[in-house]
Design a protein around this ligand. Sequence first.
Ligand SMILES: [Zn+2]
Length: 282
Amino acid sequence: MRIFDPHIHMTSRTTDDYERMAAAGVRALVEPAFWLGQPRTNTGSFTDYFDALIGWEPFRASQYGIAHHCTIALNPKEANDPRCREVLALLPRYLDKDRVVAVGETGYDSMTPEEDEVFAAHLELARAHGLPALVHTPHRDKVVGTRRSLDVVKESGIDPGLVVLDHLNEPTVAEVAGSGCWMGFSIYPDTKMSPDRMVAILREYGLERMLVNSAADWGKSDPLLTLRTGEAMLAAGFSDDDVDRVLWRNPVAFYGQSGRLDLDEADTAATFAGNSILRGGS
Ligand SMILES: [Zn+2]
């Protein structure tokens, strides 16, 4: 099984995780810029973080034959902090970088007027840079937040095929399916979405525009839940080709719209899977 995790926060994970992921078939991933838990107090803190996303993390991933790309944005939660607002002015510089394949995570946390403003600004940046956009749907009031996100996407004029609404679940998937946007699902150990619930959604809504991620971060999460979802699909009667479509070809198609996906590393890992490339690192 070859796996492309389209949403995972490797900055919060150990090198052991990279090793386990490579052994499980993860050959490519996208790491979206997000909230680090501890509030950032100035823009310099963001530049250091963004630099790590385009420098240090791709290097760490490459030691395990994993192709690393990222998305860049001022996340919805910190969009509310006036000390972070100047980050918006830094974004164009990063959105020109080779391994930046989308604008994100943007969208809503608490649905404040500040978030409205920053979300719209991000969709405008995505349009200006010809990039896809990764939209985080809120954990509270998810149905309202998802509906409102779809309205903002529509108003922005961006092609819905360039937008993924992420962290969806049973109550929110139908509306996004009808919008033309991509549907993202974060599979978690206890909360949100499980592999079996994901399989039921794929049965009902089909495989088109579906993205499955582990979103693994500094909270309780598991970077191998993409693999577990693939296994659950096979157990439920989906074919190997179906699994490959959801776990590899769909994310390649979505982020490939940036024109910047470089999967040479992943191809090399495929050729040498199982040998010394998986034991790199220090
Ligand atoms: Zn995330």
